[in-house]
Design a protein around this ligand. Structure first.
Ligand code: HEM
Length: 114
């Protein structure tokens, strides 16, 4: 099994590997559509995700719809905890919980006018 955590945190591959810096991908150096093993979000080799192309063309729509139709807020009873735990893969120690508030027409109006 490939240790993707080690690859995605390798200072020989990434500048400031421990810093959350999504803009690092804006220069187009890493392309998830190719077989670039610096990221490999769909795995690689014979067990590569068979839904890769479907994922690539639809994931923007899923995210856009979730953001458009719901307001996402922290669940105060289960605050966000970014601690990690190494099991079969590196997982969140405490599963992420969030509250999705459906945007009503009134709320939508607020968002559009403010
Ligand atoms: C952004 C969306 C998706 C991501 C990031 C993703 C990621 C992954 C990853 C990392 C694997 C494991 C690959 C490996 O073991 O090397 C996998 C396997 C798999 N994915 Fe996806 N996937 C996505 C969407 C989909 C979709 C839309 C489908 C089906 C419609 C799908 C079906 C599968 C199946 C059946 C496997 C198991 C393949 C096997 O074990 O041979 N995935 N996916």
């Amino acid at each position: 099994m490939v240790n993707m955590w080690a690859i995605t945190h390798d200072p020989g591959v990434w500048v400031d590997p421990l810093v959350f810096k999504p803009e690092r991908f804006l220069n187009g150096d890493v392309d998830v559509k190719d077989g670039d093993l610096r990221l490999a979000p769909f795995g690689a080799g014979r067990r590569i995700c068979p839904g890769k192309n479907l994922g690539l063309v639809t994931v923007t729509l899923w995210v856009a719809k979730l953001v458009h139709q719901f307001q996402w807020v922290q669940d105060l009873a289960n605050p966000v905890d970014l601690s990690e735990v190494l099991r079969l893969s590196c997982e969140m120690k405490k599963p992420l919980q969030a509250v999705a508030l459906q945007r009503t027409d009134e709320l939508m109006h607020l968002f559009i006018t403010t």
